[in-house]
Design a protein around this ligand. Structure first.
Ligand code: C2E
Ligand code: MG
Ligand code: MG
Ligand code: MG
Length: 275
């Protein structure tokens, strides 16, 4: 089946497109219900200080725990939530829950910090800064203990639009990180202009268990540039000891990855009391 859509333009509808649209619609309804029924859960993955091996903070990662026991990762439902706008409500729930949890952990680990992922839709939502302020007040967390992670693709997709929103968040005192850095179109000139505090180097740079000299050269350049701009560096996806050692040697501050620690349920995360 093909439909003429304007002069000379033929749009072909594959039979599965209808099924996909239906599935998306069903997913949208399910997500709304999931939020209402409290089916979202957070896991927390530590950010490990590569010099000491101790956790400096945690990153909150959302999961969908369905009544039938299925455990769905964000990649399978956040795109739909982003599309229908529900990401704003889900994101507020994440922020609220993660701030409360972190405030509780900080009673025994006072320096623990929290990273929260923020979608593009949340960043440009006019109510977002107010929401962040409210969550900080309610939890009692100092703004400096919270870093909001924004994907490079979101920030660099439209840096002029992102800039005032970032400035608004920065004025609250929270930190801002560029997530998944180095794989999209990052313009180095924007890196200098955007008010950010931290760069999270995408795990694509660590795809080899034993990093080669060439792999390391690229990561070193990112780390050196970040440090010259006084930004903290976090490397994602550390899966081997060789990667951990290499990242530490080239000066990266923090690491995340299965070799260091997997994302954990809050009750599994026995944060050691700071010495
Ligand atoms: P991200 O923020 O870059 O988070 C890191 C992802 O890498 C997580 O996947 C984590 O489980 C995974 N990971 C950690 N260590 C390793 C490793 O050593 N090897 C490999 N292969 N993977 C590792 P997850 O939890 O599936 O999240 C995927 C993405 O979904 C996140 O990427 C983030 O962009 C988004 N996301 C997660 N939670 C939220 C949220 O609450 N709000 C928003 N807006 N986005 C979220
Ligand atoms: Mg992240
Ligand atoms: Mg990331
Ligand atoms: Mg990533």
């Amino acid at each position: 089946r093909a439909k003429k859509d304007g002069p000379g333009k033929v749009v072909v509808f594959a039979p599965q497109m209808h099924a996909e649209a239906l599935a998306r619609l069903t997913l949208s309804g399910d997500l709304q219900q999931a939020l209402a029924l409290g089916e979202f859960r957070l896991q927390y993955q530590p950010l490990i200080d590569l010099a000491t091996g101790l956790p400096a903070g945690v990153e909150a990662l959302v999961r969908w725990h369905r009544p039938d026991g299925r455990y769905t990762l964000p990649g399978d439902f956040l795109p739909a939530a982003e599309e229908n706008g529900l990401i704003v409500d889900i994101g507020n729930w994440v922020l609220h829950t993660a701030c409360q949890q972190t405030a509780q952990w900080r009673r025994s680990t006072p320096d623990l910090t929290l990273n929260v992922n923020i979608s593009g839709r949340q960043l440009t939502d006019p109510g977002f800064p107010g929401e962040v302020e409210r969550m900080l007040r309610r939890s009692g967390l100092p703004a400096a203990a919270v870093t909001l992670e924004l994907a490079e693709s979101v920030l660099m997709g439209n840096p002029e639009e992102a800039l005032p929103h970032l400035a608004g968040l920065k004025s609250l005192g929270v930190g801002v990180a560029i997530d998944d850095f180095g794989v999209g179109h990052s313009s180095l000139s924007y890196l200098q202009r955007l008010p950010v505090d931290e760069i999270k180097i995408d795990r694509a740079f660590l795809r080899r268990p034993e990093p080669t000299t060439r792999d390391l050269a690229v990561v070193r350049a990112i780390v050196d540039l970040a440090h010259a701009l006084r930004l903290r560096t976090v490397v994602e996806g550390v899966e081997t000891e060789a990667q951990r050692v290499a990242m530490h040697r080239l000066g990266c501050d923090l690491g995340q990855g299965h070799h260091l620690c997997r994302p954990l349920h809050p009750e599994e995360l026995a944060v050691p009391v700071a010495a």
